[in-house]
Design a binder for this molecule. Sequence first.
Ligand code: NAP
Length: 523
Amino acid sequence: MANQPNHENAEHITSFEQTFSVDKLLDVAIIGAGFSAICLAIQLRKSGINNFAIFEKTDSLGGTWHDNTYPGAACDVPSHLYSYSFEMRHNWSKRFSEQSEILKYLNECATKYLVRRHIFFDTEIIEARFQEDKGVWQIFTSSGKSYCTKILVSGMGQLNIPNTPAIPGLAQFQGKQFHSARWNHEIDLRGKKVAIVGTGASAIQFVPEVAKQAGELTVFQRSANWIVPKPDRVYSAREIWVYENFPLVQKLYRTLIYLQMEISHPLLHQGNRLGKLAEKFARWNIQRQIKDPNVAAKLTPDYPVGCRRILISNDYYPTFNLPHVSLVTDNITRIEADRIITNNGAEYEAEVIIFGTGFKSTEFLTPVEFVGKSAQKLNDYWQTGAEAYLGMTVSEFPNFFMMYGPNTNLGHNSIIFMFECQVRYIVQAVEKLINEKLTSIEVRQEVMDNYNHNIQRDLTETVWAADCHSWYKNDSGKITNNWPHTTIDYWLKTRQPNWTEFILQSASTKQETVGSAPIREAS
Ligand code: NAP
């Protein structure tokens, strides 16, 4: 069994452990205990499916909100929308909540819906193999244990493997260094010479906070991002009272935020007038906040707005007006014991290097080896880039589903909406498999191929396809991460599985096919 987890509610886990036997076949195994996994667990319980377990490699739940504790960490989607539709909070302290408040919310949800008892903490899954003869997945932990499950679900997300660039000489650096997703809170930055590498969504949040402490701060930018003002504010006691006592008002508020974000979708189409307006606005934002025109020029991107995630901040740009903060745009060529060297030979002393260099986003489920039918490995299958049907399921890998899988990331709305769509779909598949005593559910190859052909076609019309690199694309330029349409489109496609798109197999009938497979358009 898993090590004793380090968190509250241990008695729940004990009770689950007491009833759980390693030999028992699980109905569902979920890898990872982040936002999507907790959502699935809650809905499985609501559907009366309790024979499931969540395997979490750390000692706490929360996924990205557990990992990213850097100063200034906050969500760039308003909390009234970045929360489950079935578990709204009336008392969010501000419009864009900070990491600790989001993590607290998630913990409270897990406790309220009795999800903790299903979580095996400190249990890292390293391999999963589909046993064709039995129609079950066997999963293996790093400590040598194995479990069997009818359905396997990945809740590992797209942003869980930190990317630290292999800069020559990094190993020789004598100071302290860490990645923003593994923030070292033991290191006192006060008065130090700090270097930050990377200027993405995470860095723009912690650069202003580090600048408050560091004696000297050098920010190394490889390319600039479009940043617009953050419409943040603290909620008044009166507003919170209204949301508490009139939940309908809160629902309306949530819906308004959702619609406001949803109608910004056209901005993600190449050549859209909205995009041009947004660019003007973003340029004005730079001009009004940066005093030095040379620095302003360096902070201005050379690609269309939206090609990468549009970032929001009120304090990032003003940080570069501070006398002890400098921006370097020359490429880093090597690192020595106490300094960083750039391609023009300039040297920058550093006592601490912080990497805000993002995640290995296009590698998807890489840390775990998934082996499907005919010993097919998912990594080999995805050699040219990850793809799935509706971002959830892959031909040749029956009874396997993903949340936040390929082409389900958004550029304009809350990812929690997508999680809820995926959870609704997956729970229906679990119910189908259990109720109809099926041994396997597998999406038809032609359905998946046609779907991905259409997704890639539609992505060519989006700003992400413009000439910029981003974590949405793999090395060959294929956009593997983003959903090109509206969230309403995704909701319509995932409301109910169309079982004719699947090969359904039961023990009695070697292979049962339901109707012929219609090919659905992706848009
Ligand atoms: P990111 O946006 O991908 O930024 C990574 C940064 O590191 C970029 O500036 C990148 O430069 C730079 N970089 C990468 N490799 C480098 C190298 N070898 N040398 C120099 N610079 C390098 O990563 P992130 O900031 O961690 O954010 C990732 C995603 O996490 C976001 O887009 C967002 O979806 C999510 N996130 C969300 C929130 C939120 O509020 N909800 C907050 C933080 C993060 P280039 O730009 O040139 O590639």
